[in-house]
Ligand binder design. Structure first.
Ligand SMILES: C[S@@+](CC[C@H](N)C(=O)[O-])C[C@H]1O[C@@H](n2cnc3c(N)ncnc32)[C@H](O)[C@@H]1O
Length: 215
């Protein structure tokens, strides 16, 4: 649940009832995530899912990277817009939950185009020589700045990169945060703001999405 949902559930309902409806497979996945996982709030959820779906459909990317699969909600949203021969690589380190995304990927019809790997994202990024059109990062916040440094060389002009939770429940406004994750998210937002190779905007959707496009 987001900062805004907690504050204004009525508005949240209004937003949800005035946007395209959630596909059945995502409803089912969301329900099962709430039944079977201990931290279901980590799921991207409806609104963010809509954003990812629309961006992916507009871009029709050939090569997508997601860091932080969890139960696969965002993966399926991103996959729904990829080009016919497109591919999405999605990474997670949680072996215990892997059965859930695997089940829904198989059901989705995109399974041959989804490369789900149980692999630490830094390891992957240090090894890969691929270029990505669309990247969504929603994982361990302590590594966000490092992810940005490693992802940049794997993008090209027109690539879109999105970092989730960049407002960190408002903690980015703390001047001298003690929490490591807050320090790193602040470092990331500063790095991005100063990087002339990208244009960006922080969307105050849920917990904030830093939305970047490589010039
Ligand atoms: C907020 S959840 C992702 C939510 C997901 N994108 C969705 O739409 O439902 C964060 C995930 O990042 C994963 N994660 C944490 N550290 C990671 C790492 N070093 N590499 C890859 N995944 C990681 C966690 O296991 C967790 O499943």
């Amino acid at each position: 649940m987001s900062f805004f949902e907690e504050k204004n559930p009525e508005m949240e309902r209004y937003l949800e009832t005035h946007a395209s409806s959630e596909p059945d497979i995502l409803k089912k996945l969301r329900r099962e995530t709430y039944q079977k996982t201990t931290q279901p709030h980590m799921i991207s959820g409806y609104q963010q899912g809509r954003l990812l779906t629309i961006i992916s459909k507009m871009m029709q990317p050939k090569n997508i990277l997601e860091i932080g699969t969890f139960t696969g909600y965002a993966t399926l949203c991103l996959a729904s817009g990829m080009s016919e021969k497109g591919k999405i690589t999605t990474l997670d380190v949680n072996e215990d939950l892997a059965y859930l995304p695997k089940k829904y990927f198989a059901e989705s019809g995109y399974s041959s185009q989804i490369d789900f790997r149980l692999l630490d994202a830094k390891e992957f990024l240090k090894e890969t020589d691929e270029f990505f059109d669309l990247v969504f990062i929603d994982a361990d916040k302590e590594n966000y700045a490092e992810y940005f440094r490693l992802i940049k060389p794997r993008t090209k002009s027109g690539s879109v990169v999105m970092f989730d939770n960049v407002l960190w429940y408002g903690k980015v406004l703390e001047e001298n945060p003690k929490q490591k994750s807050t320090q790193v998210i602040k470092e990331l937002n500063d790095l991005i703001a100063k990087d002339d190779d990208f244009e960006n905007l922080i969307l105050p959707l849920r917990d904030g999405v830093n939305f970047l496009r490589r010039k």
